[in-house]
Design a protein around this ligand. Structure first.
Ligand code: SF4
Length: 380
């Protein structure tokens, strides 16, 4: 059995205006309590789900801002993983970094600890936009972080870029992409800015302090970004994910393909033995449960139908599509049995949906409207 491990490191130095991830401001005492709780969670989860000795082939530390971590505490955590699991020789080990919070020493520490794939939240190269987003870095930090990553000879790395930014025009996106391509990242996560409820960005939009491109314009930006990335040699292997050949993120593929993963830390999701559960999104609650020896996990209450819908939606966002055999094994139903027959035929006829050697996938055009197609395919 091969397992993916996710750690949610919840600390940040500030709150970005658009962010709705679970996070809190960094406090070094609390960080120690957090890692103690994670150790306890690991121990209890391994016992409960009988994971002792499992082979781990991907680790992903997300957040929050994992690049703020205390190296000693992180080393400790990795040693605990080594004790309980067998870490694959071909381990993919990703860690999310904010460009301003890494330097040569920090990246070197990560490399020594076995990190193979730092990812950098670059988001934009426009200093004013970065300020609106509440980011602490500037374009120089991004360039420097990538430069140091190359100096250290990491095999691969990823960057995140956002489009649909306040006031963004096509030429602004083209400028951002040109600067990004100059850094030659092997992997790009290309996201549309979304206004999440109860965020500072939502208030700024409501107060008309900032104006976002309308849906049609944002759609056109996404399409133009896709075309530029394809031209620059990237392949879209998932709706938001672009990679040079061989640089796809194996960890994220596991989520999208319905493989097992154990999530540790507040708000982390897990999928083990066909069961899904989430860590509570509350650091103090998370720590105090584990101090009492209880796993702070909430069982996923979604119905089988909701899970099928999710598997179809996630699968259609993958360029290779949904694996029919895996799908039937997991749900005991064929893919067609879970879809509207009429819509299926219409979409195949229009060329948006392509039955392809054991997979069902979207055409390049269909990929732009993946969510809409999934909604049409799944009967009410
Ligand atoms: S650094 Fe990341 S997790 Fe922290 S507030 Fe900003 S976007 Fe959210």
């Amino acid at each position: 059995m091969s397992l993916a491990i996710y750690l949610h490191y919840p600390f940040c130095t500030n709150h970005c205006s658009y962010c709705d991830f679970y996070k809190c401001l960094i406090d070094r005492d609390q960080e120690r309590s957090f890692y103690r709780a994670v150790a306890q969670e690991l121990k209890l989860a391994v016992k409960k789900y009988q994971l002792e000795g499992a082979q781990v082939d991907t680790i992903f530390i997300g957040g929050g801002t994992p690049s703020l971590t205390s190296p000693e505490l992180l080393t400790n955590w990795i040693n605990q993983l080594r004790k309980r699991f067998e870490l694959s020789e071909n381990l993919e080990f990703s860690i999310e970094c904010n460009p301003e919070s890494v330097n040569l020493e920090r990246l070197e520490q990560f490399q020594e600890l076995g990190v193979t794939r730092p990812t950098f939240g670059i988001q934009s190269f426009d200093t004013e936009i970065l300020k609106i987003l509440g980011r602490r870095h500037n374009p120089h930090h991004s360039q420097q972080a990538v430069y140091l990553t190359n100096v250290l000879g990491f095999d691969t790395f990823g960057v995140d870029l956002i489009f649909g930014l306040p006031g963004q025009k096509n030429e602004d996106l083209a400028r951002d992409l040109a600067q990004l391509f100059a850094l030659d990242p092997p992997h790009i996560s290309f996201y549309e800015l979304t206004v999440e409820p109860d965020t500072a960005l939502e208030r700024m939009v409501e107060n008309k302090q900032v104006r976002l491109p309308d849906n049609d314009y944002s759609f056109a930006l996404g399409k133009s970004g896709y075309e530029k990335m394809t031209k620059a040699g990237y392949k879209r292997y998932e709706f938001c994910s672009f990679a040079k050949p061989g640089h796809e993120c194996r960890h994220n593929l596991k989520y999208w393909e319905g493989e097992e993963y154990l999530g540790l830390g507040p708000s982390a999701h897990s999928f083990i033995g066909n069961k899904r559960f989430n860590g509570v999104a509350d650091l103090e609650g998370y720590i105090s449960s584990l101090e009492k020896g209880e796993l702070p996990h909430l069982e996923d209450q979604s119905t089988e139908r909701e899970r099928i819908t999710e598997a179809i939606m996630l699968g259609l966002r993958l360029a290779k599509g949904i694996d029919r055999v895996k799908f039937s094994k997991r749900f005991g139903l064929s893919l067609e049995e879970c879809m509207s027959r009429e819509q299926y035929h219409l979409l195949v006829e229009s060329g948006h949906l392509i039955p392809d050697k054991g997979f069902l996938r979207l055409s390049d055009e269909g990929m732009f409207i993946a969510d809409e197609i999934a909604r049409r395919l799944i009967p009410d």
